[in-house]
Write a new protein. Structure first.
Length: 122
């Protein structure tokens, strides 16, 4: 749950966000994290995406483990979106396309959580 902080500096109103640490009972499911990674593909607010990605990484790490979460297809979709907004995206990146397809298939029930976690995808 974000907490907004307002700071007045001369005539500028600065708004910052602070996120409370989620307790284990508030962690989203893998399916919810996967859906969010698909939902943000049309987003255009880099700051909002980065903040949301940070939360998603922490939650995915709890579900999948630190070592594996770095290359998880869900994280790949977030990173690919960020690279697209910052104009450093490699349009020939077949890994990102595979991840998108795998996450979409997981959401649609075509593959299992075990299959989504299976490595190597590359």
């Amino acid at each position: 749950m974000p907490i907004l902080h307002y700071v007045k500096l001369n005539d500028l109103l600065l708004v910052t966000f602070c996120y409370l640490k989620r307790s284990n009972s508030m962690t989203r499911t893998l399916r919810q994290l996967a859906q969010e990674s698909l939902d943000i593909q049309n987003a255009s607010n880099l700051s909002g995406i980065v903040h949301s990605f940070s939360r998603a990484i922490m939650e995915l790490r709890e579900l999948a483990g630190t070592d594996y979460s770095n290359q998880h297809p869900i994280n790949t979709l977030w990173a690919d979106k960020i690279s697209g907004l910052t104009h450093v995206q490699d349009l020939g990146n077949s890994w990102a396309f595979k991840c998108y397809g795998a996450v979409k298939d997981f959401i649609e029930g075509k593959i299992t959580e075990t299959e989504l976690h299976r490595l190597p995808w590359k």
